[in-house]
Design a protein around this ligand. Structure first.
Ligand code: IPE
Ligand code: IPE
Ligand code: MG
Length: 253
């Protein structure tokens, strides 16, 4: 396993958990078996991130576009999500993990929301790590929903157009207080964003691995983090300027 620099951990990791279907198909299993296996990976990776000192983890669990999958697959995914929420409650509480969600929650079935909403409330004061589940999530939808909220305020005279700065805009995202994403990982070999957190990914480092999500291990996560730690994040500056910047921050955990 690679050696990681504890002072230079990504604060916020975001993952597009892809390849459940192909993992199952390769084994001549139903796609839903891949999703079940994928749920085990979620448990493993949440725990690993918590132990590594990552402050926020965003997981793409169900996209706006995924509503157009076969009805039975959507139903199976919702059932799995409900079971995940019930099964992980104790772990979230024990490890001081705050659960938040990004997405159009009104579209989720009541059976999911009745588990989700109490757990969000119950974990709201946890400070160990934030787990941001992206459910019924679309990047364009998130931006449009923020615009609608801001336009409403503008129409009623609560905000002047010039007051709409990036910082102000951010306050209208689904989860306003998340740090910017440092590292975005996508499994299964696909190299695209598929609508995932476009605003938050603006300056993220991107990492793609061919490993299918059900096979993704803590070692794979650490390899991705090591790759991230070897990069120079310049944020528009020159390399010479960045040499100073990229020294471990005083505030880094
Ligand atoms: C990711 O795996 C899980 C969801 C999108 C819900 P996929 O189901 O997309 O797996 P592939 O891409 O078909 O292999
Ligand atoms: C993206 O995966 C959404 C999730 C992982 C939940 P998809 O498998 O749905 O993405 P595309 O359609 O292949 O880009
Ligand atoms: Mg896929």
């Amino acid at each position: 396993m690679p050696t990681l620099d504890a002072a230079w951990m990504p604060r916020h990791i975001a993952i597009i958990m892809d390849g459940n279907g192909r993992w199952a198909q390769k084994r001549k299993l139903q796609r839903v078996r891949g999703h079940e296996k994928g749920a085990e990976t979620v448990r493993r990776i949440v725990t690993a991130c918590r132990e590594l000192g990552v402050k926020a983890l965003s997981l793409y669990a169900f996209s706006e576009e995924n509503w157009s999958r076969p009805r039975l697959e959507v139903r199976a995914l919702m059932g799995l999500l409900r079971r995940f929420l019930v099964g992980e409650r104790a772990t979230l509480l024990k490890n001081s993990i705050r659960l938040v969600v990004s997405g159009r929650l009104a579209k989720l079935p009541d059976s999911v929301r009745e588990k989700l909403l109490p757990l969000i409330a119950e974990t709201a004061n946890n400070r160990g790590m934030t787990l941001n589940l992206c459910l019924a999530y679309g990047g364009k939808e998130e931006i449009v929903d923020a615009c609608q909220a801001i336009a409403g305020k503008a129409a009623s005279g609560q905000v002047a157009p010039e007051a709409v700065t990036p910082e102000f805009f951010e306050q209208h995202l689904y989860v306003p207080d998340l740090p910017p994403i440092d590292l975005m990982i996508r499994t299964s070999g696909e190299q695209r964003i598929s609508g995932f957190l476009p605003w938050q990914l603006t300056y993220a480092e991107l990492y793609f691995t061919p490993v299918f999500w059900p096979d993704f291990t803590r070692a794979d996560l650490e390899t991705a983090i090591a790759d991230y730690q070897a990069r120079e994040r310049r944020f528009g500056k020159t390399s010479a300027q960045t040499a100073k910047l990229s020294r471990p921050r005083k505030d880094a955990r």
